[in-house]
Write a protein that binds this ligand. Sequence first.
Ligand SMILES: *[C@@H]1O[C@H](CO)[C@@H](O)[C@H](O)[C@H]1NC(C)=O
Length: 412
Amino acid sequence: MKIFIALCLLATTLSLEHSLRGVLRSPQETLKLYGDYKAKEHLQYKDSEDRMRLMLFRSNAELVAQANEESDSAVFGLNFFSAMTEDEKRQYLGLNITGHLPNSAPLSADLMTDVPESKLWTDEEAVTAVKNQGSCGSCWTFGAVGGLETRYQQVSGKLRNFAEQEYLDCVYEGKRNGCNGGWPDDCYTYSAGKGGRLASTADYGYTPSDGKCKSSSKPDAMIAAKISGYQSVGRTETANIAALVAGSLSVAFEVTNYFQQYSGGIIKDTTCRGRPNHAVTAVGYTPEFVLVKNSWGTSWGDKGFVKFARNYHNCDLFEYSSYPKLTKTSETDSTPSDAATDYKAEDGDDKPDPEPVCEDKKQDCVFSKRKCKRNKYAAKCQKTCKKCEDSGECPSGTIKCEDGICRHEHMC
Ligand SMILES: *[C@@H]1O[C@H](CO)[C@@H](O)[C@H](O)[C@H]1NC(C)=O
């Protein structure tokens, strides 16, 4: 077992700096990596398509290798986007910005003076589990619903999964297909025009397609409060932070190919071109990052979340933010709360390790939460490879770095 762990450690430490680049230099190894990737992502292609996908995969893998070399705070990895065409990648977005300008500058009244240093709604059972829009450009419904859920929880004491599908089916009913994109504030305006209503996901489940509006046959889940419109947030980071103190926000920004391969840490994207194309939900902040909940499932990014660096342009993240205005009713919401996300934002001052190459096929080194709690590096490779269980000596040629991980001396 010791030998296994030692070899694994060695493979991991070597791979951190060299593996992906090295693999991509060899056509044979690239093919093997591509094969492993397809198996992991459950992808199957016919011969002619397979060659095209391999080329896409290669260029995305190059991007991942370069991103990892250049970023000192974020980590990138292969994921379900890594063999997609640009058109396919676009289908996971869906912000239609046509006709919309950035918000105005904040009013001084919007800038609270005593803003806490950190606020993470994920730590307060006030954020629902990460959802998945699938390949339908419906991000605008997820951004809007996410902006609502924490605020409804604050008013009612109940965390509720509200129905993106009602917005997807109904907001542009008879006008256009909601899977081709939309605008989050249109959701709040729609609800306000319908007596403040919105169904729950339990009653009106999500399918990644725009169907006939069924609002008249689905119960209104806005029991303790009604949506009476929306409030735009001033277009600065300070105003967004102040607004986050009271609850989650619907926010928009520009997704790039770089962003789509993100897998953890604090992102600073340098590749934006000033075209916001995606709506998401901001759910908190610390002095280091603004925490955003995405709608691409938990296998993407940091368990479905992403940390944007503070005091950075963040691809227009703070320019289109809003939240729903809620008016309390006299009723109590007595249905039990839906499950909150179990996501915990670790303090993000260290860059996590890229995905380790060794496989956790064996349970040899069982991850002990208590033992590893203080070790941020342990989180990514939980069963083997890391120092969760101290395997004693470091493999020859490596030393134990300050963080307890064995590496070549120059890599500490
Ligand atoms: C984007 O929004 C504009 C303005 O509301 C609308 O005219 C256009 O049809 C929308 N585009 C798509 C692809 O739905």
